[in-house]
Design a protein around this ligand. Structure first.
Ligand SMILES: Cc1cc2nc3c(=O)[nH]c(=O)nc-3n(C[C@H](O)[C@H](O)[C@H](O)COP(=O)(O)OP(=O)(O)OC[C@H]3O[C@@H](n4cnc5c(N)ncnc54)[C@H](O)[C@@H]3O)c2cc1C
Length: 562
């Protein structure tokens, strides 16, 4: 057992208090952007000393680690801090405040699936809550060990050692992959086979296959294969009641699909240890365009025409004027549609030409020469240049900019939903204005609220809002966090009240439970509760996340409760 200060993690060190690799520094341009943003919001820029492990005094573990598994158990402060929270705005601001009252008692790093079984057995016998942990990139309180007083202790079960691609079937184009594999590890191991999973959430670098499946993550494709669900062929999950292994099949009509219960289970029904995932050949042909419109709703109508055309662009992200500023691709006056097609098999000229006809029908403007260059040669890198390339770069780097701004009292947060087309305009206007008026009321500051459409469907779309505001006039992080609670509750209420879902792809966790309870039928949640009683009769798995088998209120345990 590791009670020393050295981490038992075998991965490169990450920032426990923010996003990404521990050694990451912002380049000069990024630092200037953060300074500009903080000052634009009315704050004062200063270089802060980020939280250090020594700043925290963590309570001692409440239970001894099991002797036979002790080599996989760590109580090193860095491990406990890394597993105390996910990566939401509230998580990062609590780290800046040096507030970690409930770290996991232990962090367990199982070496293999049998160790997962043994750890769950021990946890059941000792009434210890177990929080399955992938990359810890949850933004809805999914990995926080805030389990209440019904447990002797709480441990975080980090799956990083189950990180291999175990088998590749290049005939059916699928691979058996362990749940703890991070995005880049999966792609690196598949590269030798000329195949790719192509699931690229913004958190790709620091999130895992198991986490994606458990949260039904949304990835790279803006249309058609939007969620990880579409790539899951079969799953394997260890539960306190035994092993659930589903059969590899391309499709099946045999009753309710068991994989569908594993998908989105958020660590409450079992620990996913592996899955067979559908793969693809790496794309060779690409076509891309950046399209500007005079009006956001005209742009949205164009997006609807594109999604209803059956062209299925792989990229189809619509940025409202403010979002073009956040992404560094516009000046805030016009909305922009980032459009792209990709294929491993065929040139895409016909697809792009038809898409551009639709764009012209909706008065969209684009650089025809740049579009032609993107299609001119196999393997063209044009999609990495211009506005589309700038958007992609900002997409990857943006989480890194947030950290210093949060320490300076800026609330930077996102919330996302999905809504059918006929209600979109009403939804967008009302959600935005209600959240903005809450922000104004609780902070007294002018805010920036932007929206991008991350995924689009023939019958609707997934709007993703970003807010940036100075949390209080004096830039104090505690005041900002308390203002954020009201803003988050207001956003949760607004998206559901106006007909949307509480989450399109960020999952329910603890922070979205109130909305989930409004949107999902009670009878369904009771069915889910009954399934939970079968696989986890002692209720040790991620208590309080998604739903609470013990009948605690939706707010209990969430950072929203204060
Ligand atoms: C900067 C940033 C960008 C993001 N971008 C996206 C995005 O583009 N698309 C998107 O969908 N989400 C995004 N997210 C949210 C987050 O990355 C996803 O929810 C992701 O799927 C979580 O994966 P993870 O491995 O980090 O899981 P964790 O955060 O470790 O866990 C998430 C949930 O899954 C459960 N879990 C994890 N592993 C297992 C397992 N093996 N078995 C059972 N349960 C498990 C946990 O208990 C928890 O409830 C983003 C988050 C951040 C901070």
């Amino acid at each position: 057992m590791n009670t020393a200060s050295k981490s038992l993690s075998r991965r490169a060190a990450r920032r426990f208090w923010g996003w990404g690799a521990a050694g990451t520094v912002l380049d000069t341009r990024e630092q200037a952007t953060v300074k500009f943003m903080v000052e634009q919001l009315g704050g004062q820029f200063a270089a802060l000393t980020p939280p250090a492990v020594e700043d925290f005094s963590l309570s001692a573990p409440r239970i001894a680690a099991p002797t036979t598994l002790a080599a996989m158990f760590s109580s090193a402060p860095l491990d406990r801090l890394n597993h105390a929270y996910g990566k939401s705005y509230a998580d990062c601001s609590r780290m800046w405040l040096r507030q970690v009252p409930r770290p996991p008692d232990w962090v367990a790093y199982p070496d293999d699936e049998q160790a997962v079984v043994d750890i769950l057995d021990w946890a059941v016998r000792n009434k210890v809550a177990v929080i399955p942990y992938g990359g810890g990139s949850s933004v809805c309180g999914g990995v926080e060990p805030a389990v209440g007083h019904d447990y002797a202790a709480a441990i975080s079960l980090d799956m990083e050692r189950l990180g291999q691609v175990l088998e590749v079937d290049s005939v059916s184009r699928a691979a058996r992959i362990q749940a703890g594999a991070y995005g880049p590890d999966i792609e690196a191991q598949l590269r030798a086979h000329g195949l790719t999973l192509r699931h690229f959430p913004q958190s790709f670098e620091f999130s895992t296959l198991g986490g994606w499946i458990a949260t039904r993550a949304g990835g790279h494709y803006a249309t058609q294969h939007t969620h990880i669900d579409d790539f899951v062929e079969s799953t394997r999950m260890v539960t306190p009641a035994g092993l659930l292994q589903t059969r590899r099949l391309p499709a099946s009509g045999a009753g309710p699909a068991p994989d569908r219960l594993v998908l989105g289970s958020e660590g409450t029904l079992g620990v996913i240890t592996e899955a067979w995932m559908r793969l693809q050949a790496k794309p060779k042909f690409r076509a891309s365009a950046s399209v500007k419109f005079a009006d956001y709703f005209a742009a949205a109508r164009c997006l609807r025409a594109l999604t209803q055309s059956g062209l299925n662009p792989s990229n189809c992200r619509l940025l409202d004027p403010m979002e073009t500023v956040f992404s560094g691709v516009g000046d805030g006056r016009q909305p922009m549609l980032v459009l792209g097609f990709e294929s491993a098999d065929h040139p895409l000229n016909a697809w792009m030409e038809r898409a551009l006809e639709l764009v012209r029908d909706h008065a969209g403007e684009y650089d025809a020469a740049a579009v032609a260059r993107s299609m001119a040669t196999e393997g063209s890198q044009e999609h990495r240049k211009g506005a589309a390339g700038a958007w992609r770069e900002a997409f990857i780097r943006m989480p890194y900019w947030r950290d210093p701004a949060v320490g300076l009292g800026v609330i930077m947060d996102t919330f996302e939903s999905a809504i059918t087309w006929e209600r979109f305009e009403f939804f967008y206007q009302n959600v935005k204005s209600e959240v903005q008026s809450t922000i104004q009321r609780v902070t007294g500051q002018e805010s920036l609220v932007s929206c991008r459409v991350t995924h689009a469907y023939p019958d609707g779309l997934a709007p993703y809002f970003t807010i940036a505001v100075l949390g209080s006039a004096n830039g104090d992080v505690a005041s900002a966090l308390s203002a954020w609670r009201e803003i988050k509750l207001s956003a949760n209420a607004a998206v559901v009240a106006h007909g949307g879902t509480i989450t399109h792809h960020h999952a329910v966790g603890r922070d979205h439970r109130s909305g989930y309870e409004l949107e999902s039928p009670l009878l369904f949640r009771q069915m889910l509760g009954a399934a939970k009683k079968v696989v986890d009769p002692s209720g040790i798995l991620n208590p309080g996340v998604l739903f609470d088998a013990q009948g605690h209120s939706a707010a209990a345990g969430s950072v929203l409760a204060g």
